[in-house]
Design a protein. Sequence first.
Length: 207
Amino acid sequence: MALFFGVIEMLTKLDAVNIVLNSIGETPVSSLTSGLPDAEAAESKLDATIKEVLAKGWQQNLERSITMSRNSDGEIIIPNQFLRVDTVGYDRHINVAIRKQNGKRKLFNVVDYTFKFDHDLTVDAVVEIEFDALIFELQNYIAYRAARKFQESAMGSQSLDGFAVREEQEAYAALLDAEAENEDNNILRESPHVFYATYRFNPLSGR
C-alpha cells in the first residue's frame, strides 16, 4: 500500500499580515509596502508578537550549551538576536541577566553586581529568528495570536474575539503537538527537577 504525505506550505510574512487584517474584516494586501495604515498597524502587531512568542523559547530557537566568550575587559557582549540567556552546566550557579551599558547589551552578574567575569560562560540562549525561517506551527500560532490581539485593540468585538481566541487556541495546540513530536528529551537532562536531584555536583545527588 502506497503512503502519501502532504507537504505543508509555509507562511510568508505577507500571509501572516493578511491573517491579522482578516481578523477585523479588512481585505488582504498584495505587498508589505502597500502604505495602508491598517496594513502597517497589522505588521507592527505581528512584529511585536513574533518577539513575544519567540522569547518564551522553543525547540527551533533554543541554542544549548554554547560558550559566551569574554572580551579584553572581561565582559560578555550579547548579540542583538539573543532574547534570553541562562547559564548551564558548570556555570549554572552563576545568576546572570542581560543589561544595557553604554549602548551595548552585556551579561550581568546579578549576585556580584558586575559586568566582569573571570572565565567564559556556558549558556542556553533563546534567539530571534526571521519569520520566514520558522516552522509552520510557530508561524501559524504567531499569526493567529497577533490577529486576536489586533482585533481586540482595533474593534473589541466579543463575537469576533471568541472566534479569534478559538483559532489561537487551535494553533497553539498544534504547536505543542509539533514540539512534542520533534523533541528528543532525555529525562535526566531535560527535566529540571530530575536534573537537580541527579547532577553530580549537587550535594543531594546520589554518587
